[in-house]
Design a protein around this ligand. Structure first.
Ligand SMILES: [Zn+2]
Length: 266
């Protein structure tokens, strides 16, 4: 550990920047997978919901089919009674008995009308539910297909990044050993509190590369000197250096060249 203590601030900052780079790559792998597992889970829940709905609809259909059956039996019974009463009417002794039977017949005829009405209603409900089931089944098939695609995508993504992740974790372990304990603890703490996972940043275009707050020129001079560890006054991230203007300028010329090329071609 004595070797670490001998390290200059500059070396410490460089080591931190390297660790940050590794962590940022690990973060991006996690981010890439981050949404997909949730998406797959949501789709699975959605599909289970459709299946439950279909099941419920089928149970309702069964109930209405039972009603239809019941109506059929009641109608048969009423018809039987009507036949019976009509037979009895042939053998009545007086008008009063005949009228009484006529009333019974009328009542059974009403029962038949009611049975027919209820049967018709149940059949209509069944047809409507069957149409609904067809619709849900169509959606279900589409969503299942979509889920399959997403699952494939996720498996592929995990397979693809598994190796990278493994390598990065090995690199991270090595890089961690280059940094002394106290600094590492602060680094982890800042990173945990940071929404973008950045704990060590450069000053870029006069601003903190983590929170984009302006960094005064004098402070930039101190940061560039790398004689002490300086943190951003606004976000607390470690400012490990100042991005060279030359780099920015180069970017600009490349862009200009690109534009020029396009205009020449045109
Ligand atoms: Zn900042």
């Amino acid at each position: 550990m004595a070797q670490i203590a001998e390290k200059s601030i500059e070396q410490k900052l460089e080591a931190l920047l390297k660790l940050q780079k590794i962590d940022s790559e690990l973060d991006s792998i996690k981010r890439l997978r981050g949404d997909l597992p949730n998406e797959v889970q949501d789709l699975e829940d959605e599909i289970a919901g459709y299946q439950t709905r279909i099941q419920r609809f089928e149970e309702q259909i069964k109930e209405w089919e039972q009603v239809i059956n019941e109506m059929k039996n009641r109608k048969k019974e009423a018809e039987k009674l009507i036949d019976k009463y009509k037979g009895q009417q042939m053998n009545v002794k007086n008008n009063r008995e005949y009228e009484a039977l006529a009333k019974e017949i009328e009542s059974e005829e009403l029962e038949i009308i009611l049975c027919d009405k209820k049967t018709k209603e149940a059949k209509e409900k069944i047809d409507a539910k069957k149409a609904e089931i067809e619709n849900v089944k169509k959606t279900l098939t589409e969503r299942k297909k979509f889920l399959e695609e997403k699952q494939k995508e996720l498996t592929q993504l995990i397979e693809e990044s598994e190796e990278d992740e493994k390598n990065l974790l090995i690199q991270r372990e090595k890089q961690k050993n280059q940094i002394d304990e106290r600094l590492l603890v602060s680094y982890e703490k800042i990173r945990k509190n940071s929404s973008n996972g950045l704990a060590v940043v450069l000053v870029r275009r006069d601003a903190c590369g983590g929170c984009y707050s302006m960094v005064p020129p004098q402070r930039q001079v101190d940061i560039r000197e790398r004689k002490k560890i300086i943190v951003c006054e606004h976000c607390g991230r470690i400012l490990a250096g100042v991005e060279e203007i030359q780099q920015v300028a180069e970017e600009k010329t490349t862009r200009k060249k690109g534009l020029k090329k396009i205009s020449e071609e045109a």
